[in-house]
Design a protein around this ligand. Structure first.
Ligand code: ATP
Ligand code: MG
Length: 560
Protein backbone atom coordinates (compact mmCIF):
# COMPACT_ATOMS: atom_id res chain seq x y z
CA UNK A 1 0.00 0.00 0.00
CA UNK A 2 1.28 3.40 -0.88
CA UNK A 3 1.28 5.76 2.09
CA UNK A 4 1.63 8.92 0.03
CA UNK A 5 -2.02 9.85 0.29
CA UNK A 6 -1.76 10.50 4.02
CA UNK A 7 0.01 13.70 5.12
CA UNK A 8 3.08 12.76 7.13
CA UNK A 9 3.36 13.75 10.78
CA UNK A 10 6.64 14.54 12.43
CA UNK A 11 8.15 16.89 15.01
CA UNK A 12 9.20 19.41 12.36
CA UNK A 13 5.67 19.71 11.02
CA UNK A 14 4.48 20.20 14.58
CA UNK A 15 6.92 23.08 14.99
CA UNK A 16 5.66 24.61 11.75
CA UNK A 17 2.04 24.22 12.87
CA UNK A 18 2.87 26.06 16.09
CA UNK A 19 4.75 28.80 14.24
CA UNK A 20 1.83 29.30 11.90
CA UNK A 21 -0.63 29.36 14.79
CA UNK A 22 1.54 32.00 16.48
CA UNK A 23 1.57 34.07 13.29
CA UNK A 24 5.35 33.85 12.83
CA UNK A 25 7.05 34.71 9.52
CA UNK A 26 3.86 36.39 8.25
CA UNK A 27 2.31 32.96 7.87
CA UNK A 28 4.94 31.90 5.30
CA UNK A 29 6.74 28.58 5.20
CA UNK A 30 9.93 28.33 3.20
CA UNK A 31 12.43 25.51 3.17
CA UNK A 32 15.38 24.62 0.99
CA UNK A 33 17.33 21.61 -0.14
CA UNK A 34 21.00 22.64 -0.16
CA UNK A 35 23.26 20.01 -1.73
CA UNK A 36 26.93 20.62 -2.15
CA UNK A 37 27.64 19.78 -5.81
CA UNK A 38 30.55 17.49 -5.00
CA UNK A 39 28.90 14.19 -5.87
CA UNK A 40 25.65 12.55 -6.87
CA UNK A 41 22.70 12.48 -4.51
CA UNK A 42 22.06 9.34 -2.49
CA UNK A 43 19.03 7.86 -0.78
CA UNK A 44 19.85 9.87 2.36
CA UNK A 45 19.44 13.03 0.34
CA UNK A 46 16.10 11.70 -0.87
CA UNK A 47 14.93 11.79 2.74
CA UNK A 48 15.89 15.45 2.98
CA UNK A 49 14.36 16.25 -0.43
CA UNK A 50 11.05 14.60 0.49
CA UNK A 51 11.03 16.42 3.82
CA UNK A 52 11.83 19.89 2.47
CA UNK A 53 9.84 19.78 -0.76
CA UNK A 54 7.04 17.86 0.96
CA UNK A 55 6.64 20.58 3.58
CA UNK A 56 6.57 23.30 0.93
CA UNK A 57 3.92 21.36 -0.97
CA UNK A 58 1.71 20.70 2.05
CA UNK A 59 1.98 24.19 3.54
CA UNK A 60 1.60 26.07 0.31
CA UNK A 61 5.12 27.30 0.75
CA UNK A 62 8.31 27.46 -1.23
CA UNK A 63 11.27 25.11 -1.33
CA UNK A 64 14.40 26.29 -3.07
CA UNK A 65 16.98 24.06 -4.62
CA UNK A 66 20.21 25.72 -3.60
CA UNK A 67 23.64 24.54 -4.55
CA UNK A 68 25.93 25.07 -1.61
CA UNK A 69 28.91 25.72 -3.79
CA UNK A 70 31.55 27.27 -1.58
CA UNK A 71 34.24 24.65 -2.21
CA UNK A 72 35.24 25.18 -5.83
CA UNK A 73 38.01 22.56 -5.63
CA UNK A 74 35.59 19.68 -5.28
CA UNK A 75 32.62 20.91 -7.23
CA UNK A 76 31.65 20.26 -10.78
CA UNK A 77 28.94 21.03 -13.34
CA UNK A 78 28.44 17.30 -13.87
CA UNK A 79 27.23 17.07 -10.28
CA UNK A 80 24.94 20.08 -10.62
CA UNK A 81 23.29 18.54 -13.67
CA UNK A 82 22.92 15.15 -12.00
CA UNK A 83 21.42 16.70 -8.86
CA UNK A 84 18.83 18.64 -10.84
CA UNK A 85 17.89 15.59 -12.81
CA UNK A 86 17.52 13.48 -9.66
CA UNK A 87 15.39 16.00 -7.76
CA UNK A 88 13.11 16.39 -10.77
CA UNK A 89 12.94 12.65 -11.27
CA UNK A 90 11.90 12.22 -7.65
CA UNK A 91 8.91 14.33 -8.57
CA UNK A 92 9.73 17.72 -7.05
CA UNK A 93 9.68 21.08 -8.74
CA UNK A 94 11.70 24.08 -7.75
CA UNK A 95 10.30 26.32 -10.48
CA UNK A 96 12.04 29.68 -10.27
CA UNK A 97 13.45 28.87 -6.88
CA UNK A 98 16.83 27.68 -8.01
CA UNK A 99 19.90 29.25 -6.53
CA UNK A 100 23.56 28.88 -5.80
CA UNK A 101 25.24 30.09 -2.67
CA UNK A 102 27.68 31.65 -5.11
CA UNK A 103 24.83 33.81 -6.48
CA UNK A 104 24.89 35.50 -3.08
CA UNK A 105 28.63 36.10 -2.85
CA UNK A 106 28.16 39.88 -3.16
CA UNK A 107 25.62 39.87 -0.37
CA UNK A 108 27.83 37.63 1.77
CA UNK A 109 30.74 39.95 1.21
CA UNK A 110 28.65 42.92 2.36
CA UNK A 111 27.63 40.98 5.47
CA UNK A 112 31.30 40.30 6.19
CA UNK A 113 32.15 44.00 5.94
CA UNK A 114 29.22 44.72 8.20
CA UNK A 115 30.62 42.37 10.84
CA UNK A 116 34.03 44.00 10.53
CA UNK A 117 32.47 47.42 10.96
CA UNK A 118 30.67 46.22 14.07
CA UNK A 119 33.98 44.98 15.46
CA UNK A 120 32.72 41.40 15.14
CA UNK A 121 35.25 40.09 12.66
CA UNK A 122 39.00 40.43 12.11
CA UNK A 123 41.68 39.42 9.67
CA UNK A 124 43.98 36.85 11.22
CA UNK A 125 47.48 36.25 9.91
CA UNK A 126 48.44 33.40 12.19
CA UNK A 127 49.76 30.32 10.46
CA UNK A 128 47.31 27.43 10.21
CA UNK A 129 49.43 25.62 12.77
CA UNK A 130 49.33 28.47 15.29
CA UNK A 131 45.64 28.81 14.77
CA UNK A 132 45.13 25.16 15.58
CA UNK A 133 47.44 25.37 18.56
CA UNK A 134 45.66 28.41 19.97
CA UNK A 135 42.25 26.94 19.53
CA UNK A 136 42.51 25.01 22.81
CA UNK A 137 40.76 21.74 23.49
CA UNK A 138 37.46 20.58 24.92
CA UNK A 139 38.95 20.95 28.40
CA UNK A 140 41.20 23.97 27.83
CA UNK A 141 40.15 27.39 26.61
CA UNK A 142 41.80 28.78 23.49
CA UNK A 143 44.15 31.77 23.33
CA UNK A 144 43.41 35.03 21.54
CA UNK A 145 45.22 35.64 18.30
CA UNK A 146 47.77 38.47 18.37
CA UNK A 147 45.82 39.98 15.45
CA UNK A 148 42.49 39.88 17.24
CA UNK A 149 42.43 43.51 18.33
CA UNK A 150 43.17 45.14 15.00
CA UNK A 151 41.26 48.32 14.32
CA UNK A 152 38.14 48.27 12.19
CA UNK A 153 39.98 50.35 9.54
CA UNK A 154 42.90 47.95 9.35
CA UNK A 155 40.58 44.94 9.14
CA UNK A 156 38.53 46.54 6.40
CA UNK A 157 41.62 47.48 4.46
CA UNK A 158 43.11 43.98 4.70
CA UNK A 159 39.83 42.27 3.87
CA UNK A 160 39.41 44.45 0.77
CA UNK A 161 42.94 43.67 -0.28
CA UNK A 162 42.26 39.94 0.28
CA UNK A 163 39.36 40.32 -2.10
CA UNK A 164 41.49 42.27 -4.58
CA UNK A 165 43.88 39.34 -4.80
CA UNK A 166 46.89 40.91 -3.10
CA UNK A 167 47.64 37.89 -0.93
CA UNK A 168 48.40 34.31 -1.65
CA UNK A 169 46.31 31.32 -0.49
CA UNK A 170 46.52 30.68 3.23
CA UNK A 171 48.21 33.98 4.06
CA UNK A 172 45.29 35.19 6.18
CA UNK A 173 41.65 34.51 6.94
CA UNK A 174 38.70 36.54 8.11
CA UNK A 175 37.49 35.28 11.49
CA UNK A 176 34.44 36.00 13.58
CA UNK A 177 35.28 37.65 16.88
CA UNK A 178 33.21 35.65 19.34
CA UNK A 179 34.89 33.95 22.28
CA UNK A 180 38.12 31.93 22.33
CA UNK A 181 37.08 30.40 25.65
CA UNK A 182 33.62 29.25 24.56
CA UNK A 183 32.78 25.69 25.65
CA UNK A 184 31.29 25.28 22.16
CA UNK A 185 34.46 24.82 20.09
CA UNK A 186 32.81 26.05 16.94
CA UNK A 187 32.34 29.49 18.54
CA UNK A 188 36.06 29.99 19.15
CA UNK A 189 36.42 32.65 16.48
CA UNK A 190 35.48 30.50 13.47
CA UNK A 191 36.92 31.37 10.07
CA UNK A 192 34.45 33.17 7.78
CA UNK A 193 36.50 33.71 4.61
CA UNK A 194 39.60 32.11 3.15
CA UNK A 195 41.79 32.97 0.18
CA UNK A 196 41.66 30.56 -2.77
CA UNK A 197 43.00 31.62 -6.12
CA UNK A 198 40.87 29.22 -8.02
CA UNK A 199 38.18 29.52 -10.60
CA UNK A 200 34.64 28.66 -9.53
CA UNK A 201 32.39 26.41 -11.65
CA UNK A 202 29.47 28.82 -11.37
CA UNK A 203 30.92 32.33 -10.99
CA UNK A 204 34.22 31.86 -12.76
CA UNK A 205 37.19 34.03 -11.78
CA UNK A 206 35.30 36.78 -10.03
CA UNK A 207 36.47 35.80 -6.57
CA UNK A 208 39.68 34.74 -4.95
CA UNK A 209 38.21 34.71 -1.47
CA UNK A 210 35.51 32.20 -0.63
CA UNK A 211 33.13 32.19 2.34
CA UNK A 212 33.11 29.24 4.73
CA UNK A 213 30.14 26.91 5.03
CA UNK A 214 28.94 28.17 8.43
CA UNK A 215 28.92 31.76 7.25
CA UNK A 216 27.37 31.01 3.89
CA UNK A 217 24.66 28.64 4.90
CA UNK A 218 22.76 30.75 7.40
CA UNK A 219 23.06 33.92 5.34
CA UNK A 220 21.91 32.17 2.18
CA UNK A 221 18.88 30.94 4.13
CA UNK A 222 18.17 34.46 5.34
CA UNK A 223 18.72 35.97 1.91
CA UNK A 224 16.27 33.58 0.28
CA UNK A 225 13.68 34.03 3.03
CA UNK A 226 13.90 30.51 4.38
CA UNK A 227 11.86 30.17 7.55
CA UNK A 228 12.71 26.60 8.61
CA UNK A 229 16.23 25.45 7.80
CA UNK A 230 16.26 21.67 8.17
CA UNK A 231 19.48 19.76 8.44
CA UNK A 232 20.88 16.59 9.89
CA UNK A 233 21.92 16.14 13.51
CA UNK A 234 25.65 16.52 12.99
CA UNK A 235 24.98 20.23 12.42
CA UNK A 236 23.49 20.67 15.88
CA UNK A 237 26.63 22.44 17.14
CA UNK A 238 26.72 24.62 14.05
CA UNK A 239 23.40 26.08 15.12
CA UNK A 240 25.20 28.30 17.62
CA UNK A 241 27.26 29.97 14.89
CA UNK A 242 24.22 30.01 12.60
CA UNK A 243 22.26 31.96 15.21
CA UNK A 244 25.21 34.21 16.02
CA UNK A 245 25.76 35.30 12.42
CA UNK A 246 22.05 35.83 11.80
CA UNK A 247 21.75 37.93 14.94
CA UNK A 248 24.85 40.03 14.21
CA UNK A 249 23.79 40.79 10.65
CA UNK A 250 20.19 41.33 11.75
CA UNK A 251 17.04 40.16 9.96
CA UNK A 252 13.34 40.85 10.51
CA UNK A 253 12.23 37.24 10.16
CA UNK A 254 15.36 35.29 10.96
CA UNK A 255 15.46 31.67 9.74
CA UNK A 256 15.64 28.96 12.37
CA UNK A 257 17.59 25.74 12.06
CA UNK A 258 16.15 22.37 13.13
CA UNK A 259 17.97 19.08 13.06
CA UNK A 260 16.74 15.58 12.30
CA UNK A 261 18.56 12.27 12.14
CA UNK A 262 20.31 11.10 9.00
CA UNK A 263 19.15 8.10 7.10
CA UNK A 264 21.56 5.22 7.36
CA UNK A 265 20.95 2.11 5.35
CA UNK A 266 22.48 -1.30 5.95
CA UNK A 267 24.94 -2.57 3.36
CA UNK A 268 25.20 0.92 1.90
CA UNK A 269 27.45 3.92 2.41
CA UNK A 270 25.83 7.33 2.84
CA UNK A 271 28.75 9.61 2.34
CA UNK A 272 29.73 11.28 -0.89
CA UNK A 273 33.38 11.11 0.04
CA UNK A 274 33.35 7.33 0.19
CA UNK A 275 30.98 6.95 -2.73
CA UNK A 276 33.45 9.02 -4.69
CA UNK A 277 36.18 6.61 -3.63
CA UNK A 278 34.18 3.63 -4.93
CA UNK A 279 33.97 5.43 -8.26
CA UNK A 280 37.58 6.56 -8.50
CA UNK A 281 38.93 3.18 -7.34
CA UNK A 282 36.89 1.55 -10.09
CA UNK A 283 35.03 -0.66 -7.62
CA UNK A 284 31.81 0.37 -9.33
CA UNK A 285 31.10 1.56 -12.82
CA UNK A 286 30.37 5.22 -12.08
CA UNK A 287 28.13 7.13 -9.69
CA UNK A 288 25.03 5.63 -11.25
CA UNK A 289 26.19 2.04 -11.10
CA UNK A 290 23.02 0.13 -10.15
CA UNK A 291 24.71 -1.12 -6.97
CA UNK A 292 25.25 2.42 -5.69
CA UNK A 293 22.81 3.87 -3.13
CA UNK A 294 22.67 6.98 -5.29
CA UNK A 295 19.39 8.14 -6.75
CA UNK A 296 20.85 7.68 -10.23
CA UNK A 297 22.03 4.18 -9.34
CA UNK A 298 18.68 3.24 -7.87
CA UNK A 299 16.87 4.56 -10.93
CA UNK A 300 19.06 2.42 -13.18
CA UNK A 301 18.49 -0.46 -10.81
CA UNK A 302 14.78 -0.07 -11.46
CA UNK A 303 13.55 1.64 -8.31
CA UNK A 304 10.67 3.98 -9.02
CA UNK A 305 10.43 7.55 -7.78
CA UNK A 306 7.12 6.70 -6.10
CA UNK A 307 8.69 3.87 -4.16
CA UNK A 308 11.57 6.04 -2.95
CA UNK A 309 9.12 8.71 -1.79
CA UNK A 310 7.02 6.06 -0.13
CA UNK A 311 10.09 4.67 1.62
CA UNK A 312 11.06 8.13 2.89
CA UNK A 313 7.59 8.63 4.25
CA UNK A 314 7.56 5.27 6.01
CA UNK A 315 10.90 5.75 7.77
CA UNK A 316 9.67 9.10 9.08
CA UNK A 317 11.60 12.05 10.48
CA UNK A 318 12.83 11.97 14.06
CA UNK A 319 15.83 12.92 16.12
CA UNK A 320 16.92 9.40 16.97
CA UNK A 321 19.76 7.88 15.04
CA UNK A 322 19.01 4.54 13.46
CA UNK A 323 19.97 2.30 10.60
CA UNK A 324 17.30 0.99 8.30
CA UNK A 325 17.49 -2.57 7.02
CA UNK A 326 17.88 -2.95 3.28
CA UNK A 327 14.88 -5.30 3.40
CA UNK A 328 12.63 -2.38 4.31
CA UNK A 329 13.60 -0.53 1.16
CA UNK A 330 13.38 -3.67 -0.97
CA UNK A 331 9.91 -4.44 0.29
CA UNK A 332 8.65 -1.00 -0.62
CA UNK A 333 10.03 -1.47 -4.12
CA UNK A 334 8.45 -4.91 -4.42
CA UNK A 335 5.09 -3.56 -3.37
CA UNK A 336 5.22 -0.81 -5.95
CA UNK A 337 6.49 -2.98 -8.80
CA UNK A 338 3.99 -5.70 -7.97
CA UNK A 339 1.29 -3.19 -8.85
CA UNK A 340 2.77 -1.66 -11.96
CA UNK A 341 5.14 -4.15 -13.60
CA UNK A 342 3.71 -6.32 -16.38
CA UNK A 343 4.58 -9.99 -16.09
CA UNK A 344 6.81 -11.63 -18.63
CA UNK A 345 8.51 -14.94 -19.24
CA UNK A 346 12.26 -14.83 -19.22
CA UNK A 347 14.77 -17.59 -18.78
CA UNK A 348 17.90 -16.17 -17.25
CA UNK A 349 20.04 -19.32 -17.30
CA UNK A 350 18.60 -21.51 -20.04
CA UNK A 351 18.59 -25.23 -20.73
CA UNK A 352 17.03 -26.32 -23.99
CA UNK A 353 14.04 -28.65 -23.88
CA UNK A 354 12.99 -30.58 -26.98
CA UNK A 355 9.40 -31.81 -26.86
CA UNK A 356 9.69 -34.89 -29.05
CA UNK A 357 6.01 -35.50 -29.67
CA UNK A 358 5.32 -31.87 -30.62
CA UNK A 359 5.22 -31.32 -34.40
CA UNK A 360 8.32 -29.66 -35.84
CA UNK A 361 6.67 -26.73 -37.53
CA UNK A 362 3.70 -26.22 -35.23
CA UNK A 363 3.36 -22.95 -33.35
CA UNK A 364 0.67 -22.26 -30.78
CA UNK A 365 -0.02 -18.87 -29.31
CA UNK A 366 -1.14 -18.67 -25.73
CA UNK A 367 -2.94 -15.57 -24.60
CA UNK A 368 -1.40 -14.64 -21.28
CA UNK A 369 -2.59 -11.79 -19.04
CA UNK A 370 0.01 -9.11 -18.38
CA UNK A 371 -0.96 -8.93 -14.72
CA UNK A 372 -2.80 -11.63 -12.77
CA UNK A 373 -4.87 -9.13 -10.78
CA UNK A 374 -5.31 -6.37 -13.35
CA UNK A 375 -7.26 -7.26 -16.45
CA UNK A 376 -7.01 -3.61 -17.50
CA UNK A 377 -3.31 -4.20 -18.16
CA UNK A 378 -4.34 -6.47 -21.03
CA UNK A 379 -2.73 -9.61 -22.33
CA UNK A 380 -0.29 -10.68 -24.99
CA UNK A 381 0.23 -13.68 -27.25
CA UNK A 382 3.15 -15.87 -26.25
CA UNK A 383 4.28 -18.35 -28.92
CA UNK A 384 5.00 -21.98 -28.09
CA UNK A 385 6.92 -24.47 -30.21
CA UNK A 386 8.71 -27.80 -30.14
CA UNK A 387 11.90 -26.37 -28.65
CA UNK A 388 11.76 -24.22 -25.58
CA UNK A 389 14.08 -22.99 -22.87
CA UNK A 390 13.56 -23.48 -19.18
CA UNK A 391 15.67 -22.21 -16.32
CA UNK A 392 18.57 -24.37 -15.18
CA UNK A 393 17.37 -24.03 -11.60
CA UNK A 394 14.07 -25.66 -12.59
CA UNK A 395 15.74 -28.95 -13.38
CA UNK A 396 17.58 -31.40 -11.12
CA UNK A 397 19.09 -34.62 -12.30
CA UNK A 398 18.79 -36.25 -8.93
CA UNK A 399 16.07 -34.27 -7.22
CA UNK A 400 14.95 -34.78 -3.65
CA UNK A 401 11.37 -35.89 -3.18
CA UNK A 402 10.12 -32.39 -2.47
CA UNK A 403 11.59 -30.76 -5.58
CA UNK A 404 8.44 -30.03 -7.57
CA UNK A 405 10.12 -29.00 -10.74
CA UNK A 406 11.59 -31.04 -13.55
CA UNK A 407 13.75 -34.16 -13.17
CA UNK A 408 14.19 -37.44 -15.04
CA UNK A 409 10.79 -39.15 -15.34
CA UNK A 410 9.12 -36.25 -13.62
CA UNK A 411 6.32 -34.08 -14.87
CA UNK A 412 5.69 -30.34 -14.60
CA UNK A 413 3.27 -27.92 -16.06
CA UNK A 414 4.67 -25.17 -18.26
CA UNK A 415 3.09 -21.94 -17.13
CA UNK A 416 -0.15 -21.28 -19.05
CA UNK A 417 0.83 -24.07 -21.47
CA UNK A 418 1.39 -27.84 -21.64
CA UNK A 419 2.38 -30.58 -19.20
CA UNK A 420 5.77 -32.04 -20.03
CA UNK A 421 7.59 -35.08 -18.77
CA UNK A 422 11.37 -35.49 -18.96
CA UNK A 423 12.52 -38.71 -20.64
CA UNK A 424 16.19 -38.12 -21.33
CA UNK A 425 19.00 -35.89 -20.13
CA UNK A 426 21.75 -34.93 -22.57
CA UNK A 427 25.11 -33.71 -21.29
CA UNK A 428 28.24 -32.34 -22.85
CA UNK A 429 31.69 -33.86 -22.37
CA UNK A 430 32.19 -31.99 -19.11
CA UNK A 431 28.99 -33.42 -17.65
CA UNK A 432 26.92 -30.23 -17.90
CA UNK A 433 23.30 -30.76 -18.81
CA UNK A 434 22.73 -29.17 -22.23
CA UNK A 435 19.38 -30.51 -23.31
CA UNK A 436 16.34 -32.31 -22.01
CA UNK A 437 14.21 -34.57 -24.14
CA UNK A 438 10.59 -34.45 -23.09
CA UNK A 439 7.10 -35.36 -24.24
CA UNK A 440 3.96 -33.41 -23.61
CA UNK A 441 0.54 -34.65 -22.56
CA UNK A 442 -1.60 -34.43 -25.68
CA UNK A 443 -4.77 -35.31 -23.79
CA UNK A 444 -4.77 -32.45 -21.29
CA UNK A 445 -7.35 -29.71 -21.81
CA UNK A 446 -7.42 -26.24 -20.25
CA UNK A 447 -4.58 -26.96 -17.89
CA UNK A 448 -6.19 -30.16 -16.57
CA UNK A 449 -4.99 -33.70 -17.09
CA UNK A 450 -7.56 -36.09 -18.59
CA UNK A 451 -7.09 -38.72 -15.87
CA UNK A 452 -7.27 -36.24 -12.99
CA UNK A 453 -3.56 -36.70 -12.24
CA UNK A 454 -2.17 -33.86 -10.09
CA UNK A 455 0.98 -32.12 -11.25
CA UNK A 456 2.39 -29.85 -8.59
CA UNK A 457 5.18 -27.91 -10.25
CA UNK A 458 4.67 -25.02 -12.64
CA UNK A 459 7.69 -23.56 -14.39
CA UNK A 460 8.17 -20.75 -16.87
CA UNK A 461 9.53 -21.17 -20.39
CA UNK A 462 10.36 -19.33 -23.60
CA UNK A 463 10.01 -20.70 -27.13
CA UNK A 464 13.54 -21.18 -28.50
CA UNK A 465 12.62 -20.17 -32.01
CA UNK A 466 10.78 -17.01 -30.95
CA UNK A 467 12.71 -15.92 -27.89
CA UNK A 468 15.13 -13.02 -27.91
CA UNK A 469 18.63 -13.49 -26.60
CA UNK A 470 19.45 -10.72 -24.14
CA UNK A 471 21.91 -9.77 -21.45
CA UNK A 472 20.60 -9.86 -17.91
CA UNK A 473 22.53 -8.38 -15.02
CA UNK A 474 21.85 -9.89 -11.65
CA UNK A 475 22.67 -7.25 -9.09
CA UNK A 476 23.02 -7.87 -5.41
CA UNK A 477 24.35 -5.86 -2.48
CA UNK A 478 27.79 -4.41 -3.04
CA UNK A 479 29.15 -5.17 0.42
CA UNK A 480 29.01 -8.34 2.42
CA UNK A 481 28.83 -6.52 5.77
CA UNK A 482 25.96 -4.31 6.95
CA UNK A 483 28.17 -1.41 8.00
CA UNK A 484 31.19 -1.16 5.69
CA UNK A 485 32.46 2.08 7.27
CA UNK A 486 32.37 0.49 10.72
CA UNK A 487 34.89 -2.17 9.72
CA UNK A 488 38.60 -1.65 10.07
CA UNK A 489 39.23 -2.89 6.54
CA UNK A 490 39.67 -1.64 3.02
CA UNK A 491 36.54 -1.59 0.86
CA UNK A 492 38.18 -4.16 -1.40
CA UNK A 493 38.10 -6.68 1.46
CA UNK A 494 34.44 -6.09 2.20
CA UNK A 495 32.92 -6.58 -1.23
CA UNK A 496 30.31 -9.14 -2.10
CA UNK A 497 31.99 -11.04 -4.97
CA UNK A 498 28.55 -11.77 -6.44
CA UNK A 499 27.27 -8.21 -6.46
CA UNK A 500 27.01 -8.38 -10.25
CA UNK A 501 26.53 -11.55 -12.24
CA UNK A 502 26.16 -10.96 -15.93
CA UNK A 503 24.06 -13.55 -17.79
CA UNK A 504 24.65 -13.16 -21.50
CA UNK A 505 22.61 -16.15 -22.70
CA UNK A 506 19.30 -15.17 -21.17
CA UNK A 507 16.23 -15.54 -23.36
CA UNK A 508 13.05 -13.49 -23.09
CA UNK A 509 9.68 -13.83 -24.73
CA UNK A 510 9.38 -11.87 -27.99
CA UNK A 511 7.22 -9.12 -26.48
CA UNK A 512 10.26 -7.93 -24.51
CA UNK A 513 12.55 -7.49 -27.47
CA UNK A 514 11.43 -3.91 -27.96
CA UNK A 515 11.49 -2.87 -24.31
CA UNK A 516 12.21 0.82 -23.91
CA UNK A 517 14.92 1.88 -21.47
CA UNK A 518 13.27 2.23 -18.08
CA UNK A 519 10.49 -0.32 -18.73
CA UNK A 520 9.80 -2.50 -15.71
CA UNK A 521 8.82 -6.16 -15.77
CA UNK A 522 8.28 -8.95 -13.39
CA UNK A 523 10.09 -11.94 -14.85
CA UNK A 524 7.75 -14.65 -13.64
CA UNK A 525 9.09 -16.59 -10.67
CA UNK A 526 12.43 -14.74 -10.89
CA UNK A 527 12.23 -11.11 -9.86
CA UNK A 528 11.64 -7.56 -10.98
CA UNK A 529 13.77 -6.29 -13.83
CA UNK A 530 14.16 -3.04 -15.72
CA UNK A 531 15.57 -2.28 -19.15
CA UNK A 532 18.77 -0.39 -18.37
CA UNK A 533 18.53 3.33 -19.08
CA UNK A 534 22.08 3.53 -20.42
CA UNK A 535 22.93 0.29 -22.18
CA UNK A 536 19.55 -0.97 -23.31
CA UNK A 537 17.74 -0.03 -26.49
CA UNK A 538 14.70 -1.40 -28.29
CA UNK A 539 15.82 -4.39 -30.33
CA UNK A 540 18.81 -5.01 -28.07
CA UNK A 541 17.56 -4.86 -24.52
CA UNK A 542 19.73 -5.23 -21.42
CA UNK A 543 17.84 -6.00 -18.24
CA UNK A 544 18.93 -5.17 -14.71
CA UNK A 545 17.54 -7.07 -11.79
CA UNK A 546 15.91 -4.60 -9.45
CA UNK A 547 15.03 -7.01 -6.70
CA UNK A 548 14.28 -10.69 -6.30
CA UNK A 549 10.84 -12.03 -5.51
CA UNK A 550 11.96 -13.15 -2.13
CA UNK A 551 8.45 -13.54 -0.80
CA UNK A 552 7.51 -15.82 -3.65
CA UNK A 553 10.54 -17.94 -3.02
CA UNK A 554 9.63 -18.21 0.61
CA UNK A 555 6.14 -19.28 -0.35
CA UNK A 556 7.43 -21.83 -2.83
CA UNK A 557 9.76 -23.27 -0.26
CA UNK A 558 6.97 -23.37 2.28
CA UNK A 559 4.80 -25.30 -0.15
CA UNK A 560 7.50 -27.75 -1.08
P1 ATP B 1 27.62 13.53 2.48
O1 ATP B 1 28.08 13.13 3.82
O2 ATP B 1 27.02 12.43 1.68
O3 ATP B 1 28.63 14.32 1.70
P2 ATP B 1 26.36 15.98 3.05
O4 ATP B 1 25.45 16.20 4.20
O5 ATP B 1 27.69 16.58 3.11
O6 ATP B 1 26.37 14.44 2.76
P3 ATP B 1 25.08 17.78 1.29
O7 ATP B 1 25.16 17.84 -0.16
O8 ATP B 1 25.68 18.86 2.09
O9 ATP B 1 25.71 16.39 1.70
O10 ATP B 1 23.60 17.50 1.75
C1 ATP B 1 22.48 18.21 1.33
C2 ATP B 1 21.38 18.01 2.31
O11 ATP B 1 21.05 16.64 2.45
C3 ATP B 1 21.78 18.49 3.69
O12 ATP B 1 20.74 19.27 4.22
C4 ATP B 1 21.99 17.23 4.47
O13 ATP B 1 21.69 17.42 5.82
C5 ATP B 1 21.04 16.26 3.80
N1 ATP B 1 21.53 14.89 3.94
C6 ATP B 1 22.74 14.42 3.57
N2 ATP B 1 22.87 13.13 3.90
C7 ATP B 1 21.71 12.76 4.50
C8 ATP B 1 21.22 11.53 5.07
N3 ATP B 1 21.95 10.44 5.09
N4 ATP B 1 19.97 11.55 5.59
C9 ATP B 1 19.22 12.65 5.54
N5 ATP B 1 19.61 13.82 5.03
C10 ATP B 1 20.85 13.89 4.51
MG1 MG C 1 27.80 18.75 3.25
Amino acid sequence: MNTETEAPRNFIREIIDKDLAAGKNNGQVQTRFPPEPNGYLHIGHAKSICLNFGIARDYNGVCTLRFDDTNPEKEDQEYIDAIKRDVAWLGFEWGDNLGHASDYFDFLYECAEKLIEKGKAYVDEQSAEDMRENRGTLTEPGRNSPYRDRSVEENLDLFRRMKAGEFEDGKMVLRAKIDMASPVMILRDPALYRIRHISHPHVGDKWCIYPMYDFTHCLSDAYEGVTHSLCTLEFEDNRSIYDWVIEQVGFDNPPRQYEFSRLNLEYAIMSKRYLNQLVTDGIVDGWDDPRMPTIGGMRRRGFTAASIRDFCQRIGVTKSANTVEMGVLENVIREDLNEIAPRAMAVVDPIKVVIENYPEDKVEEFDIPNHPGKPEMGSRKVPFSREIYIDRSDFMEDPPKKFFRLGPDREVRLRMAHFIKCNEVIKDSSGTVVELRCTYDTEAVDGKTADGRKVKGIIHWVSAKHGKNVTVRLYDRLFNVPNPLGEDKEFSELLNPDSLIQMSNAVVEPALADAEPGDHYQFERTGYFVADEKDSRPGAPVFNRTVTLRDTWAREKGKG
